[in-house]
Design a protein around this ligand. Sequence first.
Ligand code: PRP
Ligand code: URA
Length: 206
Amino acid sequence: MLHVSSHPLIGDCMARLRDKGTGPDEFRSLARKVISLLLYEATADLPVRRGTVMTPLGPAEAGWMEQEIVAVPVLRAGLGLLGPVLELLPKVSVGYIGLERDEDTAVARIYYNKLPPLAGKVPLLLDPMLATGGSGTRALDLIKEAGGEHCRFVCVVAAPEGVRMVEDRHPEVQIFTAALDTGLNEHAYIVPGLGDFGDRLFGTGG
Ligand code: PRP
Ligand code: URA
């Protein structure tokens, strides 16, 4: 299931993230803002334990989010999304998957895989660009192999091709994205997209 945010705050961040004149410092800050807002949407239906807390003036109804979540950033660009996840989620652990697309074929190669126990927890896959879908589906395969179920996939920009691949191979996964773009160019980059997320995040674009 695909959720494309229509929130104007996300739209404002996206306008500045996409702008080719935005440098790495501002890009990192905008990426943190977008992911915080997307996280708000991606966790809206998680269970809450109800109870009471004493304020200085008396009892107040309260709710605690006790669902354990395992955030899984896909190296390297997914690291740019991890900070707000660790700040906002009360019960979170982290697993890492390293995937790199071959520059010529755009096929993703795994170079790192370290996931904590996933049974009973909600896996939250963090990868900013869902382009061909090769990286996302590979990461979802690994999460499933490690016992993860009903993963939520948070990205910043998605292409229809990538969404279709995830929906075909992992139909139960919910995708939360800030934008659904037109398609891919001949190098499998998202159009209009925002360029190479990892390079813009880490200032490695030359
Ligand atoms: C980017 C991005 C995704 C992948 C998406 O990573 O962060 O992981 O491409 O493309 P796909 O849907 O066609 O697989 P990249 O391989 O450029 O590595 P990086 O994060 O190290 O920059
Ligand atoms: N990876 C990126 O960083 N950008 C794209 O447009 C596609 C894959």
